[in-house]
Design a protein around this ligand. Structure first.
Ligand code: SF4
Length: 315
């Protein structure tokens, strides 16, 4: 009988890691818990990051219209209609800065999510300058009982870029937060934008080398998207020469080269995102993350390449 050969995954896939850990499919449920962002209200900066469309920012917790429990119930209903009922769910505190509040308020929100019978863990999206030792100790304690991941917006490892995009923190701050999180045994994720103004291919590949030195569990990559009603949209209209907008083919090549330099233990959660079309100025690829991931896997196999192929050279 003929033996069928399937190509080995050429990169470490975070969703597969989660499935292996939990023993079945894991679906993240996005929660908007009514947070705002310290990079808007003046405590870290005003105006926000230049790429962020923050019109819909909630000024405070009171703007949370639908409770965490209601959001979980609505989402589970949605997923159970479309997908299998036999899957686990993680509550993903996604919108804005989800550690920006008093310990009392934060604990109440996270524990409301965790008390839901169908929730098996939480993922908290935040900024690296918005975590304290007290909060990380709390997450470590929580993590001994359930799945907890902290996901940090790093966006770039280059301080000049971070200044230009008005992040309000430097790369050292991101390194410190990631190390402090991982050393407590908490799963640690990061988010990076590829193609920010002032960064060429070499700068971007350097991000892979720098991030490889950090104890990251997972990484999300995103192409730079220009979105309406952002500072960056205005900059693009007045200074288009500051921007290099990648075609999907060129971005695919960039991601391959990035992965080749990345530590093989860092799992990849996504490679692209797609803002709502009515808000998106460019690039308009019309591509979903899973479609890009399929293209990437195929291209890596065809080129006999894989995540970490040149990682050893970086050490
Ligand atoms: S990108 Fe995040 S940190 Fe920056 S302004 Fe928007 S919500 Fe705040």
């Amino acid at each position: 009988m003929e033996t069928l050969h399937f190509p080995k995954p050429a990169y470490k896939n975070y969703n597969t890691e989660l499935r292996n850990k939990f023993g079945k499919r894991v679906q993240k449920i996005s929660i908007n818990a009514g947070f705002t962002c310290p990079n808007r209200d003046g405590s870290k900066g005003y105006g926000g990051c230049t790429y962020c469309n923050n019109q819909s920012f909630s000024p405070n917790f009171t703007k949370q219209i639908v409770s965490v429990t209601q959001q979980i119930n609505q989402n589970i209903l949605f997923f159970e209609k479309r997908q299998s009922q036999d899957q686990y769910y993680l509550a993903y505190f996604q919108s804005y800065t989800n550690t920006y509040g008093s310990m009392k308020d934060l604990k109440q929100l996270y524990e409301e999510a965790l008390s839901h019978p169908k929730i098996s863990g939480i993922v908290i999206g935040t900024r690296p300058d918005c975590v304290s030792d007290e909060l990380l100790d709390y997450f470590a304690k929580l993590g001994s009982k359930t799945y907890v991941m902290l996901e940090y917006g790093i966006e770039s490892t280059c301080d000049k870029t971070l200044g230009f995009i008005q992040r309000g923190h430097d790369y050292a701050c991101a390194e410190k937060a990631i190390k402090a999180t991982a050393e407590r045994g908490i799963a640690t994720g990061a988010h990076l934008i590829l193609g920010l103004p002032g960064e060429d291919r070499n700068n971007i590949l350097l991000h892979a080398e720098k991030l490889s030195k950090l104890p990251l569990t997972a990484l999300k990559l995103h192409q730079l998207q220009l979105v309406e009603k952002t500072i960056m949209a205005k900059q693009y209209r007045t200074h288009p020469e500051w921007f290099h907008l990648y075609s999907k083919e060129e971005y695919l090549q960039l991601v391959i080269n990035f992965l080749e330099r990345l530590h093989p233990d860092i799992a990849l959660e996504r490679f692209i995102s797609q803002s709502p079309l009515q808000m998106l100025i460019a690039p308009k690829w019309g591509l979903k993350n899973y479609e890009f991931a399929n293209m990437l896997q195929k291209a890596l196999v065809e080129r006999n390449s894989w995540q970490g192929k040149y990682y050893e050279n970086n050490i």
